[in-house]
Design a protein around this ligand. Structure first.
Ligand SMILES: NC(=O)c1ccc[n+]([C@@H]2O[C@H](COP(=O)([O-])OP(=O)(O)OC[C@H]3O[C@@H](n4cnc5c(N)ncnc54)[C@H](O)[C@@H]3O)[C@@H](O)[C@H]2O)c1
Length: 271
């Protein structure tokens, strides 16, 4: 499906680790829709080498950047504008990591160094990216910035751990910076709250299979896939969604507004 929705646009894609990554699919689809992109990830992720395949397929350069380093981010925007030949039209921030989740530390036992690091990588990094671009005036008028969130920002999913708090902060930064960037350059900033998806970050959450299956049952349309998420991202980068900003957009097959599913009620033994 190619309609050249992003023809002539320049983008930066954060977070494509391997072919399961949501960002991987977004990069592929953005290029199919006519965009030119650069790819970025943490230096340690680049060492795994997987991204080279994507870079070759997308004819894209890879620029290393740790999202917690302001110097790396400045370099990323400078190089991207140089390589792509002008200001940036869209940015995908598809980054998340919690050491407490990774180490299986219970929420009530959270280690605060881990929590701090997790918030910086998963939430404050969006502020860092936006502040870098804002100061450099690196994003074109009507540009579009997207980040990825999860419904644990609004409701409790116990095993999502401190990532839930990180996502709340991320959504708040989306609104707050969205206001300022909207006033400054009509740049829009939104988060997409995606269904559980089998990726490295997703399956790191304890009990992910149960999580996935439950959401799939509770969503009238079923869980949204990574490819479908990428399609939504493309529409949000396109000129068809220019008046949407500061929103948290659920892309979850209806999960967020379903109270209960009839099959689940039946399974609970109702007559
Ligand atoms: N998979 C799901 O179920 C799901 C659901 C809703 C939202 N999300 C969100 O989608 C986003 C993308 O995750 P994904 O599921 O594609 O998994 P993923 O593991 O493929 O992507 C996470 C990315 O974050 C990058 N990253 C981690 N630390 C970094 C750092 N310091 N600097 C730069 N990059 C860093 C990783 O290298 C990786 O590329 C995350 O924000 C995640 O929370 C995922």
């Amino acid at each position: 499906m190619s309609n050249n929705l992003l023809a002539g646009k320049r983008g930066i894609i954060f977070g494509a680790l391997n072919e399961n990554s949501i960002a991987w699919k977004v990069a592929q689809q953005a290029v199919q829709q006519g965009a030119k992109i650069t790819l970025t990830n943490a230096p340690i992720a680049l060492r795994m080498g997987e991204m080279n395949k994507l870079a070759a397929e997308c004819n894209a350069e890879i620029i290393a950047a740790d999202v917690t380093s302001m110097d790396d981010l400045k370099n990323l925007f400078e190089k991207s504008m140089e390589i792509l030949g002008g200001k940036i039209d869209f940015v995908l921030h598809s980054v998340g990591m919690s050491i407490n989740v990774r180490k299986g530390i219970h929420y009530t036992e959270s280690n605060y160094d881990n929590m701090h690091k997790g918030f910086d990588i998963s939430a404050m990094s969006l502020h860092r990216v936006l502040q870098t671009a804002y100061k450099m005036d690196a994003i074109s008028e009507w540009g579009s910035v997207l980040t990825l969130s999860y419904i644990a920002a609004q409701r409790v999913f116990p095993d999502y751990n401190d990532m839930a708090d990180a996502k709340s902060l991320l959504e708040s930064i989306t609104r707050s910076f969205g206001y300022h960037y909207g006033k400054f350059r009509k740049v829009r900033v939104n988060s997409i709250s995606q269904s559980p998806t089998y990726t490295t970050a997703g399956s790191g959450v304890k009990g992910f299979d149960g999580f996935y299956n439950y959401a799939n049952k509770m969503s009238p349309l079923g869980n949204a896939t990574a490819d479908q998420c990428a399609e939504y991202c493309i529409s949000m980068f396109s000129d068809y969604t220019r008046m949407v900003t500061m929103q948290n957009l659920f892309h979850d097959g209806g999960f967020s507004f379903t109270g209960v599913d009839a099959e689940i009620i039946e399974a609970m033994g109702s007559k």
